[in-house]
Design a protein around this ligand. Structure first.
Ligand SMILES: Cc1cc2nc3c(=O)[nH]c(=O)nc-3n(C[C@H](O)[C@H](O)[C@H](O)COP(=O)(O)OP(=O)(O)OC[C@H]3O[C@@H](n4cnc5c(N)ncnc54)[C@H](O)[C@@H]3O)c2cc1C
Length: 478
């Protein structure tokens, strides 16, 4: 078969560079047409305004890049189960090529598509791209999937050292486009209007202040800045200070695959000078560990798909949650009267992103102070976060709720102690709660804002010490 036509299906890999399935596709033929489907059964990619913005703009750039290569990106909407085989037939593809997924819905969908393509003699080729190591290829000593982070990190790190570097070749391939008759097909012609309509309907007001940036080019710049501005060398302490822009802001890029995880990991290996200095070395390693937390949660979801719908530790099914909707709304709107919690929720609601330290603080507050089921918070995050990702979000919430893989039995954050430690001069708090800008830092940190200083800011909706005792007594019951 000479230069057979390929349908390349983008999902969480919205890029051309170092895309494993695309490399595979090119090794077969250069007659590649690509597609992205706005999957009506998997609205997780675009059902938050921030993610719709990130996705739409990444697709716009991707479409441009495919055109530059002489081919096209066909954007469809609906059910991939019918669209992919239909599209493959229209362009007379012999192969549909894509990268593997790890979420339960995606795995199931892909299996069905593989079977229906087989019936029409089209081969479905899947590659591994989204993580450094495929979840099905890393196991503990007794051949079981990992459920504890420490040993997972050790094993993965040793494998990464063996893997070494990846292909840095950035050559653009020249592709052959489909002929005019096919271009005139309804589905292909409708593609332009699908993206236009999608972009027009985006209702995200935080695009200027969201620290994550859509598209392959922007992701590369984020990584470059993180390294060139030497933020990676101070990451070990700066990552915990929400007022300090000391993290990479690559979470949405990694979630949508506008950058390859191999490129990101390699950037940490190429910092030879950094490794000579102990502090620098430590910082680089801490950042690597965060990248591995991402891997770990994906690994867990792949092997324990039941995580999607409930706690890993089953005893939490019996916990008597109070789920007070009024308290939940205060939390959600950043109106709890606890400054660090409100600042963080306002950052989330305005920008679509929240600092990691603050994600842990607000999660602990919702679960352990307001005694709301962690799944309420998980849902709110998925409705808002630009990097909202089932595995990372579920992992983060289960960690905070103590219902997940974390071996520590019960972790409760005191939001006032957290603020004293990580926002000691209240720079973060005051930037998100301007009505408190004139309050003395010590009063703010102790939660003792006088009526005169309040400026319409509410008093705390609950007392942390009382709630902590209540939570512990409820916990004792299970
Ligand atoms: C309750 C809760 C919910 C979360 N929900 C999400 C989510 O939906 N999507 C998401 O990508 N991250 C989530 N995180 C993890 C983390 O907060 C973000 O990845 C991080 O804040 C993103 O900022 P950054 O890109 O500047 O990260 P950096 O500090 O620069 O870290 C580099 C990369 O490592 C990964 N990473 C870092 N920390 C974690 C972590 N704890 N768990 C998993 N991956 C991590 C991310 O891909 C991140 O981009 C959540 C954490 C908590 C506590």
């Amino acid at each position: 078969m000479n230069n057979p036509r390929i349908l390349f299906w983008h999902r969480k890999d919205l890029r051309i560079f170092d895309n494993q399935a695309l490399i595979k596709g090119f090794s077969i033929s250069n007659a590649i047409t690509s597609t992205y489907i706005l999957d009506k059964n998997y609205s997780q990619d675009f059902n938050a305004n921030s993610r719709a913005w990130f996705l739409g703009n990444s697709l716009k750039e991707l479409e441009h890049n495919w055109k530059k290569m002489g081919s096209r990106l066909v954007i469809g909407e609906g059910d991939p189960l019918s669209i992919i085989p239909q599209l493959a037939k229209i362009i007379d593809a012999k192969f549909v090529v894509c990268n593997k997924s790890i979420e339960p819905y995606e795995i199931n969908r892909d299996l069905k598509i593989k079977n229906s393509l087989k019936e029409i003699n089209i081969q479905f080729i899947e590659c591994w791209d989204h993580l450094l190591i495929e979840p099905a290829k890393i196991f503990s000593g007794n051949n079981k999937p990992y459920s504890v982070y420490g040993p997972f990190y050790k094993n993965l790190k040793s494998k990464m050292e063996l893997l070494g570097s990846y292909n840095e070749d950035k050559e653009f391939y020249h592709l052959s486009d489909i002929d005019k008759k096919i271009r005139d097909n309804q589905i292909i012609k409708a593609s332009d209007s699908v993206l236009k309509k999608f972009l027009k309907n985006i209702k995200f007001s935080g695009s200027k202040i969201c620290p994550c940036k859509p598209g392959e080019k922007a992701a590369e710049i984020l990584l470059e800045n993180f390294i060139k501005e030497k933020k990676i060398y101070s990451y070990n302490f700066a990552r915990d200070l929400p007022a300090n822009k000391g993290t990479s802001f690559l979470s949405a890029s990694l979630r949508f695959g506008t950058i390859s995880i191999r490129k990101v990991w390699n950037a940490t290996l190429n910092l030879h000078s950094g490794f000579e200095n102990h502090e620098n070395h430590l910082s680089i390693e801490t950042w690597q560990k965060e990248l591995v937390w991402r891997e770990f949660y994906q690994h867990c979801l792949f092997h324990f798909p039941e995580l999607e719908s409930g706690p890993y530790r089953k005893k939490w099914d019996k916990f008597p949650w109070q789920n007070n909707n009024e308290l939940f709304q205060y939390w959600s709107n950043g109106e709890t009267g606890v400054p660090i919690v409100d600042a963080a929720m306002r950052q989330l609601n305005s920008t679509g992103w929240m600092h990691n330290r603050c994600r842990m603080i607000v999660a602990s507050f919702l679960v352990k102070d307001l005694i709301c089921n962690w799944q309420m918070g998980e849902k709110k995050f998925m409705e808002t976060l630009v990097d909202g990702d089932l595995a990372a979000n579920n992992g983060g919430w289960q960690w905070s709720a103590s219902s997940g893989m974390d071996p520590k039995p019960l972790r409760i954050f005191n939001p006032y102690t957290q603020a004293k430690k990580f926002d000691p001069i209240c720079e973060y708090i005051k930037s998100w709660i301007p009505e408190l800008s004139k309050v003395a830092n010590s009063d703010l940190l102790n939660g003792e804002i006088s009526n005169l200083e309040k400026n319409n800011y509410s008093k705390p909706i609950v007392n942390h010490n009382i709630q902590q005792r209540l939570f512990k007594s409820l916990y004792a019951e299970i």
